[in-house]
Design a protein around this ligand. Structure first.
Ligand code: ADP
Length: 285
């Protein structure tokens, strides 16, 4: 048991998202509403007396890469962790508000966070393979979620996940070697493949390239682009260049507020809020 309390997270609301400046026009907003995968309403997070996220409303789209940008400590990772209830595992974190996945409240009492995290996978800053073989890293999730009836089905899931993780060719002849024997970039693609193995719908990535060299970063960015044809991908990044390269939508956070959300091109060329402009031009950071 941890001390996480979840308050006031029960009922969906019909209220439209209003918190941030929306940089796109009304037509674009209507089109986006039709592709919404995750709806956050009035989300607040406290860690003790720290109010880390303030009244965040946002729609995150299916089959789209959304970048969360903003200065360090502004709440990007905290909000990302709300989307698969990882904050439940942090003592003292209190999440308020509503987050819907395909219209269903992920904080409903009936939702099992372990099942939720299979659907909403997460990749961390530092690659964290399990101390197991490459094969068993991928097979772990499908085994605990009962996704394969027999060994050959499991083999298929492992191969498919490693292919989607763009690492199959590099590991197919060494599946029984430890995951930790791979390079940093390969380990990160292994971790992405591991997240894919439980048939997720959303992939959350918390600065997935910050521990990688430029070549490994380029490989992971290319992979993120591929993944967005199947999944809703949300990436926290400190790099505005990376946000501009990989995402179609960008959310700018500042001091716990979601200040502005819209098409990445618009955010980087015609931001609607002076704080966004100051950040992207390097005046705050
Ligand atoms: P970012 O991802 O934008 O760097 P974070 O979400 O990590 O920001 O942090 C937002 C705020 O919440 C900061 O003030 C940070 O110190 C605080 N915070 C983050 N994680 C914890 C935690 N586990 N316990 C207490 N405070 C935290």
């Amino acid at each position: 048991m941890n001390n996480t309390q979840l308050r006031n997270a029960a009922q969906p609301t019909e209220e439209p998202a209003t918190g941030a400046v929306a940089t796109d026009g009304a037509g674009a907003a209507d089109a986006d509403a039709a592709r919404s995968k995750i709806s956050a309403r009035n989300v607040n997070v406290h860690y003790g007396s720290t109010h880390a996220i303030r009244d965040v409303d946002v729609e995150i789209l299916d089959k789209t890469v959304t970048a969360f940008i903003g200065p360090s400590g502004c709440g990007k990772s905290t909000f990302l962790r709300c989307i698969n209830r990882m904050n439940d595992t942090i003592d003292g974190a209190v999440v308020d508000g509503t987050i819907l996945l395909d219209g269903h409240d992920i904080y409903d009492r009936a939702v099992d966070p372990v099942q939720l995290r299979a659907k909403v996978g997460m990749v961390f800053q530092k690659p964290n393979p399990f101390p197991k073989s490459i094969y068993d890293n991928i097979a772990y999730g499908p085994r605990i979620h009962g996704l394969a009836k027999n060994k050959s089905e499991l083999d298929e899931i492992v191969e498919k996940s490693l292919r989607r993780g763009a690492i199959w060719d590099e590991v197919k002849d060494r599946l029984h070697q430890p995951g930790t024997s791979l390079s940093g970039g390969q380990q990160q693609r292994l971790c992405i493949a591991r997240a894919i193995a439980t048939a997720p719908e959303v992939l959350l990535m918390d600065e997935p390239c910050s521990a990688l060299d430029p070549i490994a970063t380029a490989q992971v960015e290319e992979l993120i682009d591929d993944l967005s044809s199947r999944y809703s991908v949300v990436i926290v990044t400190h790099s505005m260049q990376q946000a501009a390269r990989v995402s179609q939508k960008t959310a700018f956070f500042h001091l716990g507020n979601l200040v502005e959300y819209g098409d990445t091109t618009t955010i980087f060329t015609k931001p609607g809020d002076s704080r966004t402009e100051s950040y992207i031009t390097g005046r705050i950071g």
